[in-house]
Design a protein around this ligand. Sequence first.
Ligand code: SF4
Ligand code: SF4
Length: 83
Amino acid sequence: MLPISTPSTASAGVTGTWRTYKPVVNLQKCIDCGLCWLYCPESVIDWEKGQKVTIDYTFCKGCGICADVCPVKAIDMVPEGEL
Ligand code: SF4
Ligand code: SF4
């Protein structure tokens, strides 16, 4: 299965200082469904069945789509700088 989009790996794709919230995955709640990986418009979520979800914050834009689509609310949008 392929993600819907692919990330821009050039410097233009790097998140600036403007991101105000960032997604934090609660792995205790995660049911390994892969929806966050599928819907992330930047394709910065690394996921494979049986492996931990990880997010590349260098390219994450903080849009919150991953948190919205997570069926068990395992992703919290945390104010930048809190974690
Ligand atoms: S906040 Fe947006 S860009 Fe960042 S991982 Fe979630 S869906 Fe992708
Ligand atoms: S959408 Fe939620 S439950 Fe599914 S893999 Fe992502 S964090 Fe885990």
